[in-house]
Design a protein around this ligand. Structure first.
Ligand code: SF4
Ligand code: MG
Length: 338
């Protein structure tokens, strides 16, 4: 079906005292309604910056955005702040790791959820309160008609996260951006929140972008996976294919930090030595080459000279010079040495 969100050749560059940071440097992807795209990568890979750009929440004075961000056929890059403000909360919404940062300590949960609803629908106070109770019930808060009058500090971490989800979804947004929303929670609560998001998606057909550094979370919730490194997409595809038969050496490395996935993973399980690239002065050629153990298999030092193009066929692709043959050879050599 038609993509609901279409990002084309997105570049997000920040001016700093030290120069221009190319936080996102040529990113393209599509998302259809009702599906979840998992964006995975280390911190500094550009995943959160991408999503702030979609929401229009970057600082316009220091940030330059190029490329296209189309939401339901409407171009967001360069759209007036008034348009974006209307879309935020109504058509697209976000949830973060830290619910306390998006909830005010001075107002009740009900007032805050109700305010978002009033702002976008013009509903009365009574209607907004009723809607807040309905949403609290929907996200599994017990005794919602009492809890609606609680303050955020009176909620547990998991309940605050639920309240934030209720606030994000109060106007039935069609796109939900979730940036590490379960990272701070214990495993049981994390699983409950993930189940809740899946249920809500089923019910409302919401498109979800789920940002995480945790491939276990991706395995649980995503339909498709986009792996980011150094401001670019290095691999993307359906979840099962990316996790079971990854094609990019960086993805191999990420999988190495997640040994608990069920099913076979056809890669050596090793952490990736080295650290993420500077985006002020990115490495030449493939940005991953200073850390890539496979680069030696590609002849003529090509990895350090030439930036690999991302080739996507039927939603599956990678940006890497390595041929299937060379990858197999390397893996066989490594297995023989072990
Ligand atoms: Fe490694 Fe070369 Fe592929 Fe980059 S292009 S991931 S350096 S093999
Ligand atoms: Mg809406």
């Amino acid at each position: 079906s038609q993509p609901f969100l279409s990002v084309k050749d997105l570049k997000v560059h920040f001016s700093t005292e030290d120069g221009v940071v190319k936080a996102v440097d040529g990113l393209s992807f599509d998302l259809v309604r009702g599906k979840t795209l998992g964006i995975v990568g280390e911190s500094g890979s550009g995943k959160s910056v991408t999503n702030l750009a979609i929401l229009g929440l970057h600082n316009p004075d220091s940030t330059k955005i190029e490329g296209s961000i189309e939401l339901d056929g409407e171009e967001l890059n360069g759209a007036p702040e008034k348009t974006l403000e209307h879309l935020r909360g109504n058509k697209m919404a976000m949830i973060f790791q830290d619910a306390l940062a998006s909830l005010s300590p001075y107002h009740t949960i009900g007032t805050q959820i109700g305010e978002v609803y009033r702002k976008h629908t013009g509903a009365s106070k009574a209607e907004s309160r009723a809607r807040a109770i309905e949403m609290l019930k929907r996200v599994g808060i017990p005794q919602p008609d009492r809890r609606v009058d609680s303050y955020p500090h009176e909620f547990s971490g998991g309940m605050r996260q639920r309240a934030m989800i209720a606030m994000a979804l109060v106007c039935d947004p069609e796109l939900l951006i979730a940036d590490e929303p379960t990272t701070a929670l214990d495993v049981t609560v994390q699983a409950q929140i993930m189940d809740l998001l899946k249920d809500l998606q089923q019910e409302f057909g919401t498109a979800i972008i789920f940002i995480t550094h945790d491939l276990g979370v991706i395995a649980d919730i995503a339909d498709d996976v986009l792996v980011m490194y150094g401001g670019r997409c290095v691999e993307r595809g359906p979840k099962a294919e990316v996790l079971r038969t990854p094609q990019h050496p960086y993805t191999f490395g990420l999988l190495g930090s997640m040994p608990s996935l069920d099913g076979p993973v056809d890669v050596p399980l090793n952490p990736i030595p080295g650290s993420p690239p500077s985006l002020l002065n990115p490495p030449t050629g493939c940005r991953f080459h200073p850390r890539c153990a496979f680069a030696e298999k590609v002849p003529d030092g090509r990895c350090a000279k030439e930036s690999p193009l991302l080739e996507i066929v039927d939603g599956r692709g990678k940006a890497c010079h390595l041929t299937d043959e060379q990858r197999r050879e390397y893996l066989t050599d490594t297995a023989a040495k072990a």
